[in-house]
Design a binder for this molecule. Structure first.
Ligand code: GDP
Ligand code: MN
Length: 460
């Protein structure tokens, strides 16, 4: 117990954002669509890109009879942030463009919006191509349960198919994958088209020298087409890419910065903590722990350590609702190892001006609670205590469920005890939305905390 720093110690020298991005460049969805999807014929929705409501948007929405307006940001979970809006009319579209451009999506300002033709979605698949360190080659990941965040999908329903390091995967190989994931049970009739589409996705990944290409959802959509023989409209199902998350390799033949310019997820200079956090996920692709951002005004007094897409979104929204002022956000998921948790814990806790800490997430399906909290967070707290840097005035509330939760929360509670940390630890018996409320009430009672103006009535 009280394990020393697992793996690398937290960085002490200032490293530049360029270091953090040395190995990768992320693309905005509109960039990925207009370059990679177009070029490699990955079916995608018709769309226009805009930064304000204009005639082109109005005409598009009128002609298509509606649309979907999406924020162009480099963070994910835009849907949950309210940054993907379905609109029916020109007026609604104009309003959505304005609203989304004014939003901050998990702390990030949109650079533009994409207005897409609305798809009639029948099913949502998850599809990604990336490199596996195990097989040292590309791997195609498929699931019939796309749409939601990948960390929320039952791991038993995520299928990884290693493929040879070659420019092409044959459609028949993909057909076999689609049989294995259960696609052919319901959509056997379009398996040929689906195989060709995924073959195009793979080709796009390879040819664009990407490290990762993730499409969630790769949707089965219903489209009306004109029958070639009869000239009559017929309904047909088709697989279509409705999202694009692309990371290009910096070692690519054409450096991606040349094509896409320097990348920043921040509309300001990133803080040192944001830069340090980016480095956590740079070389180690196991899980995600480095998506740390500080709010635009750099204020706030509650450190937030949140987990798993939906869980993070609900926690953050509820926190604001009850009048807490988050000082930072980190969405952690995908079962990161203890050393990544150790590093991000130290970063999250190093923000000046903190009064409380909220560690909160849903019930994980594959993220180990004993490893992330019981080892990573506990290791960081023990070391901070040893270094004399542990702030014992902070009040903590923890709410978490998932594999090895009992062990993980017990280790954490023991760590609180031996280090004189004040806080309460809950498992998933406690509704997720109660955790921010409990923290607020503890802070009000013991620290004279003044909740923000949006706070709901005491004990709401
Ligand atoms: P993300 O939340 O950042 O991953 O953004 P997405 O672009 O994936 O959009 C979020 C969700 O909005 C998707 O999972 C879909 O369920 C939904 N969505 C996106 N485009 C359409 C569309 O054209 N029609 C419908 N009905 N839903 C859509
Ligand atoms: Mn998506």
């Amino acid at each position: 117990m009280g394990a020393g720093p697992p793996g690398n110690p937290a960085p002490t020298v200032r490293r530049s954002l360029h270091d953090a991005r040395e190995t990768s460049v992320n693309l905005y969805e509109h960039e990925a669509v207009s370059t990679i999807y177009k070029k490699h014929r990955v079916p995608h929705a018709d769309h226009v890109v805009a930064t304000e409501p204009n005639d082109e948007v109005a005409r598009f929405v009128r002609e298509k009879g509606g649309g979907v307006v999406k924020a162009m940001v480099l963070v994910g979970k835009r849907g949950k942030a309210g940054a993907v809006k379905l609109v029916k009319t020109e007026a609604e579209a104009a309003q959505a463009v304005r609203d989304i451009m004014a939003m901050s999506v998990w702390g990030e300002k949109p650079v533009a919006v994409m207005v897409c033709e609305k798809a009639d979605i029948v099913a949502e698949l998850y599809c990604a191509v990336t490199y596996s360190s195990e097989t040292r080659g590309p791997v195609i990941t498929l699931s019939m349960e796309g749409g939601m965040d990948v960390e929320e999908i039952d791991p038993a329903r995520i299928h990884n198919f290693p493929v040879g390091a070659a420019a092409e995967v044959e459609p028949f190989e993909i057909r076999n994958m689609l049989v294995e994931i259960g696609f052919t049970k319901d959509y056997g009739a379009i398996v040929r088209q689906a195989s060709m589409t995924i073959a195009s996705v793979y080709r796009a990944f390879w040819a664009s020298e990407a490290r990762m290409l993730e499409i969630n959802p790769l949707a089965v959509v219903r489209r009306t087409k004109t029958d070639r023989k009869t000239g009559k409209p017929v309904e047909a199902l088709e697989l279509m890419a409705l999202d694009a998350v692309v990371t290009l390799d910096d070692d690519a033949t054409v450096p991606p910065q040349k094509t896409f310019g320097e990348r920043s997820a921040y509309k300001r200079e990133p803080t040192q903590r944001e830069v340090d956090a980016l480095l956590i996920d740079r070389d180690d692709h196991r899980g995600k722990a480095g998506s740390y951002v500080e709010p635009e005004d750099l204020g706030g007094d509650i450190a937030m350590m949140t987990f798993g897409g939906g869980g993070s979104a609900v926690t953050i929204e509820t926190s604001y609702d009850v009048g807490l002022r988050p000082a930072n956000f980190t969405d952690i998921g995908g079962n990161p190892p203890a050393e990544k948790m150790y590093r991000i814990s130290k970063i999250i806790l190093s923000k000046p001006g903190l009064k409380g800490v909220l560690v909160c997430g849903g019930t994980a399906s594959n993220t180990r609670i004993d490893v992330t909290l019981g080892e990573g967070l506990v290791g960081a707290l023990d070391d901070l205590a040893k270094e004399g840097k542990l702030d014992r005035d902070l009040i903590w509330v923890v709410r978490r469920g998932g594999p090895e939760v009992e062990k993980g929360l017990k280790l954490l509670a023991e760590c609180f005890q031996r280090n004189g940390i004040q806080g309460r630890v809950f498992d998933s018996e406690l509704p997720i939305t109660q955790a921010p409320l409990i923290l607020r009430d503890l802070l009000v009672e013991h620290r004279g905390y003044k909740p923000g103006p949006q706070a709901k009535a005491q004990g709401a």
